[in-house]
Write a protein that binds this ligand. Structure first.
Ligand code: TZP
Ligand code: MG
Length: 226
């Protein structure tokens, strides 16, 4: 019967990843709220090295603040924390908890994301268990010190062609290259520094959301007026 529980809806268009590392003097919750005000459609809490009680505390606060927006909050790495803070989902990497185990802990409703760093990892993904793929790094990034080699737009496009799951491209994505990433086949972009290190995270999110839209229009088409 668990398999009949419908998954929560989500939209990968602009997936903003917040962490204490990138927040500077600002609180992760301030950045998360600003990002959503600017048009983020999904928020990930990536609190590497934060002690667990603070993760739970900050996480609960962000879940509470974002609830009225309907934007899902996804917790990186710690599936149990995601359940505990009543986040909408969890995201695991290749070296983290196995998706099968994560799904058992989460139940049928919560959203589960999986990182893909190369096309060889796609075949083994169970599309009934995992809901979306985070694919990258697409470009060189200084944000993740242990990141795999960049796969480039072509590598990312190959992954997109080999899965039916929606793909959020990650790694070195900014307002300049976003449209090309979308044209290459990504359903959305996941960014850390492009929003978290911006002087104004709300404005940064707005510009990125517009760039995603631009990437979805036929090349050369002009934006529709609103
Ligand atoms: N996974 C692959 S690259 C990356 C993660 C978490 C970091 C992306 O950060 P940025 O600042 O958007 O390049
Ligand atoms: Mg991880």
């Amino acid at each position: 019967l668990g398999e009949l529980t419908p998954r929560l809806a989500f939209d990968l268009s602009l997936y903003v990843v917040v962490g204490p590392d990138c927040a500077g003097a600002r609180r992760p919750s301030d950045i998360a709220v600003a990002a959503v005000q600017g048009g983020a459609t999904m928020v990930q809490l990536r609190f590497k090295r934060m002690d667990r009680s603070r993760l739970i505390e900050e996480g609960r606060e962000i879940v509470r603040l974002l609830r009225p927006s309907g934007v899902p909050v996804i917790v990186n790495d710690d599936v149990e924390a995601a359940v505990e803070i009543e986040a909408q989902g969890a995201h695991v990497g290749q070296g983290d908890m196995a998706p099968e185990k994560a799904r058992k802990l989460m139940g049928g409703e919560m959203i589960l994301g999986l990182s893909i760093t190369g096309s060889g990892q796609v075949d083994s993904v169970d599309e009934a268990i995992v809901d979306y793929l985070g694919v990258g790094p697409v470009f060189l990034t200084a944000t993740k010190s242990d990141a795999a080699a960049p796969m480039g737009l072509d590598g990312m496009a190959a992954v997109c062609r080999s899965t039916r799951l929606p793909v959020a491209a990650i790694g070195g994505i900014d307002v300049e290259n976003t449209a090309a990433v979308i044209r290459a086949g990504a359903d959305g972009i996941a960014v850390v520094s492009a929003v978290c290190s911006a002087a104004d995270p709300r404005v940064a999110a707005e510009l990125l959301a517009r760039a995603v839209e631009a990437g979805r229009r036929p090349e050369g088409a002009s934006p529709t007026r609103t």
